[in-house]
Design a protein around this ligand. Sequence first.
Ligand SMILES: [Zn+2]
Length: 469
Amino acid sequence: MKIVFDGAAQTVTGSQFLLHINGHRLLLECGLYQGSRREAEERNRNLPFDPTQVDAVILSHAHIDHSGNLPSLVKQGYSGPIYATGATDHLAAIMLQDSGHIHEADVEFVNKKRLKRGEPPIEPLYTQADAVRVMDYLHAEMYDQPFEPVPGVTARLVDAGHILGSAAVVLDIQEQGRKFRLWFSGDIGRRDLPLIRDPILPGDVGGTVDYMIMECTYGDKPHSSPDSAFNELRQVVSRSIARGGKVIIPAFAVGRTQEIVYSLHRLMESGEVPRVPVYVDSPLATNATDIFRQHPECFDKETQDFIRTDQHHEALGFNLLTYTRSVDESKALNDRHEPMIIISASGMAEAGRILHHLRNNIENPRNTILIVSWQAPNTLGRRLADREPTVRIFGEEYKVRAEISTIGGYSAHAGQDFLLEYARSVKGNVKQIFLVHGEQTAAQAFEECLKKEGIYQFSYPELHQSEEI
Ligand SMILES: [Zn+2]
């Protein structure tokens, strides 16, 4: 068989791996490449293979860098099944539609400028309607249940512990009298994340792994623990409320928002922080939360136990918590001055309702802006995390007088130590580990760790590199 590394090769986005097995083509992931506008346009519009020649797709999880170019695949003629867990299907449905909407809005803005320059309009990469068409091809698979995506391949999805519905993909392959296992890690999560179950190590599933395609996003650094993140959250919220302030949290709509809501629920329930109103002000986050509620089968034991006790019926709802949908409800929060917590998107404070909340609260020293995820360079979120004294919001300058707090332990990705444990679990059997989803510095640091462990069978494939195994 042959693996072609058509995305997330020597970079962290645009995941796409095309497998040629027994004369069939099986695509793992169809992610959106995120980078400079020009490069992203070029890569996302021009798929490096003929979509009509692909027989099946398997999707590890719903994040856009893994799923976000499925609408282009279908638009360009793909009409086979797309296998994923049921929770991934539901999350992908709302995230792809949101992505389609963003592409449409983006192009509308660009076309206004083009019109002024007398240039012809351009088409969006895909529309919300294109995203809806993907739903026709999604096939829900249960965790750990074998299915046959193409002849000679038995596939299974196992817990990746990364986001709701996330999976690693185990492929048991029979080809020309040869039997072997290829393990695709998807994005590797972490132990003890709120809500979802822990990741399963490839060495803990019966049988041996012969080849592994493995992510190494954080191959160069360990993370602080989810427990310490929980404690930091308690401290930040307590001191902000004590001085009568609001806590404003920019958070990604899927995953991080639900983790924070669940943590706040537990903190308020146990009396560790004062009971104040909590608002989730993001329509996408509200829709995503509904999907979390529909998939309690993905929750870990701790969450299941928490839900089962008499007084709580669900992890992501409590009487102080309001999910706001309308713009009017969102705006009404601006006129209220008592202590409260507002969680809103976007996660890097680049767009969306969070901008209004920041503008209204950033100059008051009683308030706190709480950063709970990695912030890309040149985003408002990064400027805040870097403690810049003034920032621009909607073209106006604001003095940053609110407390700025950052909590690092919430990452949904494995840090260096767990990645190493993951690789160690296949040591002795694995013939090759293909490192993907990592920038050069992360991959190099991780390669050094592997060598120290006595694991030398690894490579770091280039974009479009093809490997016979
Ligand atoms: Zn992911």
